[in-house]
Design a protein around this ligand. Structure first.
Ligand code: ACO
Length: 380
């Protein structure tokens, strides 16, 4: 074999430019289109951040109102999507359910697009498809959870903005402003993170001139894994397993002896802490106070301090968001679908960026299989 240097997991490899977001692990900062994510989470509704990611600028009041009007048009579950979800067994993982629903939306919307040569769409079509998907996902996620709980679908409410309506469709009651605010922040923090595995998967699919829906379906598949988005679900499994702050040390002794990975800790890019964690932790604190659940904060802090002291590995965004979503009342299995609802904005911004200056993504491999050989006795 030649001396080719393999970058396993593409670690450290810069594959392209992006103007969507900038991750800077040295200064522990994350900028969306130049704005610090903490600032956006503190001041903006999720709708404005979606607009920013797609268009490069924050919306004016009129542009925000227009996006909100458009979003409301696509909020309700369509007949086809509902029928497709209802066909799935209740035991299906919600990530598979959402992936299927997005695939159905794509198949219906792309129905008249003719040959694959027309699949990739114009920039205007792709922006419209992005808005439609972002608007449709809350109903899909909320209905999935309600179906598993044996509850009826709740129709969207036009008088509520994105986050308030999302919580309304999930729980059938108007959420407290504290809860809406924490949820809105989580959506903003999850919206975008440069060339993470799912975004890169979306860009690879886009680079073949496939369509936006196919790219999002592929991205959902990548997000499902516990090394990526699935970690927010996994954090709650771990917290339930530990039970309370008193059990952390003994639990950690055993988990580390078994060489288990502690979900919600570590990051490929951030080695000194994830820039999004303090903002999400502050949102979690407001929920802990609102629901009067100091036990959640105690377990959170104890596991964090013990794990950081022992391994020097810091929490990532999934660590505070898992317990936050649990306090709000979401089922553990719904956490990663919530991540989809947020990240679809970043994915689609990258899909449009990739399409605008495309080059087929096709890396090389170094072969390490058997040397050339031949079938004995020639052809059968
Ligand atoms: N628990 C225990 N050990 C860990 C953890 C962890 N969460 N994270 C890293 N390590 C250890 C590894 O075992 C490895 O140790 P070793 O060198 O002794 O073998 C070392 O730290 C390096 O870890 P890698 O997995 O090789 O580093 P990488 O950069 O590939 O990992 C990753 C990043 C996959 C996120 C990893 O930290 C991990 O698996 N974390 C848990 C899953 C998780 O929380 N994912 C969410 C990512 S963020 C997001 O999607 C919002």
């Amino acid at each position: 074999m030649s001396e080719t240097e393999i970058k396993k997991g593409l670690a450290g490899v810069v594959v392209d430019y992006t103007a969507v977001s900038k991750v800077n692990p040295e200064s522990n900062s994350l900028l969306y289109r130049g704005y610090p994510v903490q600032e956006l989470a503190a001041t903006q509704p999720f709708e404005a951040v979606a607009y920013l990611l797609w268009n490069g600028e924050l919306p004016t009041a009129q542009q925000l109102a227009e996006l909100r009007t458009e979003e409301r048009k696509h909020r309700a579950l369509t007949e086809q999507v509902r029928a497709a979800i209802d066909l799935l067994p209740l035991e299906a993982h919600p990530m598979d359910e959402v992936r299927t629903a997005v695939s159905v939306i794509g198949a219906v919307d792309m129905g008249g697009s003719g040959s694959v040569l027309d699949a990739s769409g114009s920039p205007e079509q792709n922006l419209q498809r992005s808005i439609q998907l972002y608007a449709a996902l809350p109903a899909i996620v909320a209905y999935g959870q309600r179906r598993r709980r044996g509850l009826e679908l709740i129709e969207p409410r036009d008088d509520l903005d994105y986050s308030a309506n999302f919580l309304w469709m999930a729980f059938g009651e108007e959420a407290d402003p504290v809860v809406i605010d924490a949820f809105n922040r989580s959506m903003i923090l999850y919206a975008e993170h440069s060339f993470n595995a799912s975004t890169f998967a979306a860009r690879v699919i886009t680079s073949t001139l496939s369509d936006l829906y196919s790219a999002v379906v592929g991205a959902i598949g990548a997000l499902k894994g516990p090394l990526h988005g699935g970690a927010n679900e996994a954090v709650l499994h771990i917290m339930n397993e530990i039970g309370s702050a008193d059990n952390v040390e003994a639990w950690l002794d055993k988990a580390l002896a078994e060489k288990r990975k502690i979900m919600g800790f570590g990051h490929r890019v951030y080695k000194n802490g994830d820039s999004r964690v303090p903002t999400m932790k502050a949102a979690l604190d407001t929920l802990v106070e609102h629901y009067d659940r100091p036990d959640v904060a105690e377990l959170y802090s104890k596991l964090e301090s013990e794990f950081v002291a022992r391994k020097g590995i810091y929490p990532n965004l999934d660590y505070p968001s898992g317990p936050a979503y649990s306090l709000i009342g979401f089922d553990t299995l719904t956490f990663t679908p919530l991540f989809i609802a947020a990240r679809v904005t970043g994915w689609t911004a990258h899909i449009m960026e990739q399409a605008a200056s495309n080059a087929l993504i096709r890396p090389l491999s170094a072969y390490n299989g058997v040397e050339e050989r031949h079938v004995e006795g020639g052809q059968a």
